[in-house]
Design a protein around this ligand. Structure first.
Ligand code: HEC
Length: 245
């Protein structure tokens, strides 16, 4: 092929690509709000924990209210977040109950993601609410799985249809791993010792079993990584994704 033939082909290609883009951008008409609210509040879906890139189990649900706190149908809600978080859909009008619901898939880095749900107020003011979600890396996900097998029945007071919690049967009350006030005050070494040796060896309740013979050191480290990842307030403030930055 000669040079001008090649140049012609590139030009034709470029035309085809821009043509395709133009059609794509024109397709969904920009949503127009039918009403405006004064505030936006979270209904449900925060503080969920999932692997990096995974879809959250529960959707995020927000509600737009007027100045008196009554729900506003037809208000435009937009969702945004840093770090390749995906929403389905990322914008829409609130329903007759004033609510907007979206599925969320977390980004590809482990850490905390801040989702900003916003709505435009009538006077041009913008109201927003922030929703935090937690993405677990490989090690933390392993820790979450070990927790589900060995620990959750005592450390989580929530009963499930499949497994009634053992939490209320214990004399000493174990804490949820999300309780940052307790977990963040323990060093990594203290957590490893408690999990490996059990409560009795550390002058704590013998109801906390020793796992040193059941779990490998790597598995105990994964549990510690999981406990650090889900702590509220956070154990490590870095790794926060803030869409406003
Ligand atoms: C049979 C019930 C039971 C199981 C299973 C259990 N724990 Fe515990 N755990 C306890 C109790 C009770 C305490 C409180 C001990 C005390 O304060 O005297 C405790 C305390 C702890 C503590 C200290 C912080 C706190 O909650 O007070 C950590 C950390 C801990 N457990 C981690 C684990 C891990 C990780 C697993 C799973 C590998 C696990 N536990 C499984 C009952 C249990």
């Amino acid at each position: 092929m000669n040079r001008s033939g090649l140049a012609g082909m590139i030009a034709a290609l470029a035309l085809a690509v821009t043509g395709a883009c133009g059609r794509h951008a024109a397709a969904p008409a920009e949503l127009q709000p039918k009403a405006y609210g004064a505030a936006i509040v979270l209904v449900s879906g925060e503080k969920q924990v999932a692997g990096v890139g995974a879809a959250l189990d529960q959707p995020v649900v927000v509600q737009v209210n007027d100045a008196k706190g009554a729900p506003v149908p037809g208000a435009l809600v937009r969702l945004a977040a840093a770090g390749s978080v995906r929403f389905l859909p990322d914008r829409g009008l609130t329903g007759s109950d004033g609510q907007f619901t979206a599925g969320v898939s977390l980004g590809s880095s482990a850490g905390r993601y801040q989702i900003v749900a916003s709505t435009a107020g009538g006077s041009g003011k913008r109201a927003e609410v922030r929703v935090e979600e937690i993405a677990l890396g490989y090690r933390e996900t392993l820790g979450q799985q070990i927790n589900a097998i060995h620990c959750i029945r005592c450390h989580d007071s929530e009963s499930t249809p499949e497994r009634v919690s053992n939490h209320d049967n214990l004399k000493a009350q174990p804490h949820s791993f999300t309780e940052g006030a307790i977990m963040n005050s323990m060093s990594d070494a203290a957590l490893v010792a408690m999990i490996g040796h059990g409560g009795a060896a550390l002058n704590k309740s013998a109801e906390m079993p020793p796992y040193g013979n059941t779990l490998t050191p790597a598995e105990i480290d994964a549990l510690v990584a999981f406990i650090r990842a889900v702590a509220d307030p956070p154990y490590r403030p870095q790794g926060v994704f803030d869409a406003s930055n």
